[in-house]
Every structure is written in C-alpha cells, then in structure tokens.
Design a protein around this ligand. Structure first.
Ligand SMILES: *[C@@H]1O[C@H](CO)[C@@H](O)[C@H](O)[C@H]1NC(C)=O
Ligand SMILES: *[C@@H]1O[C@H](CO)[C@@H](O)[C@H](O)[C@H]1NC(C)=O
Ligand SMILES: *[C@@H]1O[C@H](CO)[C@@H](O)[C@H](O)[C@H]1NC(C)=O
Ligand SMILES: *[C@@H]1O[C@H](CO)[C@@H](O)[C@H](O)[C@H]1NC(C)=O
Length: 214
C-alpha cells in the first residue's frame, strides 16, 4: 500500500528524518547524478496560470505538494529543483527523478540543513487524478525533452493489444493544476491524469511543465 493520506501527517519530523536517512542512502545510489538547480515553469492557456512557477507547499511533516505561484522568483526561496539520474549509458530508459532539498531548520552553527527528497505520485484509488508530492518513498520517474518540457515515459500502451518486448515509447504530458487535498490542506496543486481520460476532478486545468535553469 502507498503511504496513506492519514498516516503521512502523523509522522513526527524526527521520524521522517530518520526514515529519510534510509531512503537517501538507497536513492543516492540509484540516481546519484544531480543536475544544476532549476525552476519549474507552467505553460497554460489560462493567463492566470501561464508562466506561474511551482513551489513546494506544506502538506504535512516533511511533505509538500507543488503549488503554482506568480510570486517573483526573488521571493521563491527553496523553489529550486534538481534532476537526479543514473548513468545514462547503463540505462536503457534514461529517465530520472525530480528532487528538492527540504530545509530542516538551523543546526547548532545556524546553518540550514537540507535533505534531498524525491517527487512521487500520491494515488487515490477512487480517482484518476494522482497528486505529485515531495516526500520520502518510491520516486516517480520523469524526463525532460530538449525543449525542457517535463514528461513521463510511456513504455507500454495498454489501450492496444500488448506485445512482449515491444519497442513502444511515448512521452506523456498529462499534467494539470487542480484543487486537491493530498493530506491535510486544500491547495491548487500540480496533478497528473491517470490514463487517457480527462481528470474526473472538475477543477483541473491543463498545463505543461517546463524546466528553467536557475
Ligand atoms: C540526488 O543526488 C544527490 C547527489 O548525488 C544526492 O545527494 C541526493 O541524495 C539525491 N537525492 C535523492 C532523492 O536521491
Ligand atoms: C484560470 O485559472 C484561475 C486560477 O486557477 C481560475 O480561477 C479561473 O477560473 C481560470 N479561468 C478559466 C477561464 O478557466
Ligand atoms: C545562532 O543564532 C542565534 C540567534 O541569532 C545566536 O544567539 C547564536 O549565538 C547563534 N549561534 C551560533 C553558533 O552562531
Ligand atoms: C526493437 O528494436 C530493436 C533495435 O532496433 C530491434 O532489433 C527489435 O527487433 C525490435 N523489437 C521489436 C519487438 O520490434
């Protein structure tokens, strides 16, 4: 079972941090090559979302959703992301994970400590809308095109008869911005439509997501 909406909020920060040590160790080995920092920029036909940036918005202890904001970049401290990948030569599907440095507050010498967290989808069995969150757990692979667009690699098209070992690939952009409640708080967040159908959440608006180097 995925981390449920009810349990995530109860993690004390200390527990989350302890858990993070394990995930960080595991994931640092899986996706150790980290890109330069970048912002995530939305493109939308709706002018109020177009050119908005995504910023991590607090959803629970050590858990954030990705919320659009038109605040100037100078105000968006802690809104830079990274792309962690494996060695592309050793990976037949060179995708990677979106990561963010969670600030853990000042340590003894007043320097903020950060812990790297991956983006993963929070699934709701009753919905076709998944919510990307920044938390500890099994990351959701993403990829960036030459134009910087963030997509998800589809390597099997189950709308057609399946063939073993087929070479099918497509680069999907099923991103939306919707009103969601990943854990505790209702926010307008980035979301992903599962499958080809439109999201069943009526608040969803279509967006595309682009990487803009910091
Ligand atoms: C991303 O890569 C950096 C550099 O290797 C590493 O320190 C960090 O733990 C990685 N993050 C995740 C979530 O794997
Ligand atoms: C555009 O987005 C804003 C913010 O989500 C929303 O309030 C508004 O209804 C949207 N406009 C249209 C035409 O969908
Ligand atoms: C940390 O900041 C506090 C408040 O500004 C200050 O009193 C303290 O001396 C600082 N500690 C160190 C180790 O710099
Ligand atoms: C997949 O691609 C490889 C290399 O191009 C080719 O040798 C193989 O026959 C293809 N397999 C299928 C099932 O199309």
């Amino acid at each position: 079972m995925h981390i449920s909406t009810t349990t995530t909020g109860f993690f004390a920060i200390a527990v989350a941090v302890a858990v993070s040590q394990i995930f960080v160790l595991v994931q640092a080995q899986n996706s150790p090559i980290q890109s330069a920092p970048f912002y995530l920029l939305l493109k939308s036909l709706n002018a109020s979302l177009n050119n908005a940036h995504l910023t991590p918005c607090h959803e629970g202890a050590a858990e954030s959703a990705l919320c659009p904001t038109k605040a100037p970049l100078t105000d968006l401290t802690h809104s830079q992301f990274f792309y962690n990948t494996t060695n592309p030569a050793s990976d037949s599907y060179p995708t990677g994970i979106l990561t963010w440095n969670l600030p853990l507050g000042p340590s003894n010498n007043n320097k903020t400590i950060f812990v790297s967290q991956p983006m993963l989808f929070q699934y709701n069995d009753a919905s076709n809308v998944a919510v990307p969150i920044i938390f500890f757990g099994d990351p959701t692979d993403v990829e960036f095109g030459a134009d910087g667009q963030m997509t998800i690699l589809q390597f099997r098209d189950d709308t057609k008869p399946l063939a073993l070992n087929s070479n099918y690939t497509a680069h999907l952009s099923r991103w939306y911005v919707c009103d969601t409640i990943p854990t505790w708080y209702l926010y307008q967040t980035l979301a992903w439509a599962m499958g080809k159908a439109k999201p069943q959440n009526p608040s969803c608006q279509k967006v595309e997501v682009y990487r803009k180097w910091a």
